[in-house]
Write a protein that binds this ligand. Structure first.
Ligand code: FES
Length: 116
């Protein structure tokens, strides 16, 4: 699989999130860091296929415990992408596989496509 460099681990706030791969006014990815682990999701809420943040890089609940789509308050588990509350309960975010290597985050050259 061909990979590409997404960012350095140090570019991500530990316990926080960033939007990356900006296209126009939208970041295509929601990237969450927890220590040495990184979780990358398409920035696409399964409810109405909108970006999830309320302003740039603001993807997480106030306590940083989960991802929130601020359009209609869908709540997602950071690790599984599972929606456990809100209008799309039971659905999932689309995972982008990633690897943390030598202090950098790598993702596939081709992003997964949105299903649903
Ligand atoms: S678009 Fe995300 S909860 Fe409605």
């Amino acid at each position: 699989m061909t990979t590409r460099h997404l960012c350095d681990l140090a570019d991500l706030p530990d316990g926080g999130a960033r939007g990356l791969l900006r296209e126009g006014f939208e970041d295509r990815l929601c990237v969450v860091r927890q220590g040495q682990e990184v979780f990358v999701w398409l920035n696409d809420c399964p409810h109405e296929h909108r970006p999830m943040e309320y302003r740039q890089d603001q993807f997480l609940s106030a306590d940083g415990g989960h991802i929130v789509c601020f359009a209609h308050s869908a709540h997602f588990d950071i690790r599984s992408g599972h929606c456990f509350a809100g209008p799309c309960t039971g659905q999932h975010l689309v995972r982008v596989p990633c690897e943390v290597r030598d202090g950098a985050v790598w993702i596939p050259a081709e992003l997964p496509t949105i299903f649903d």
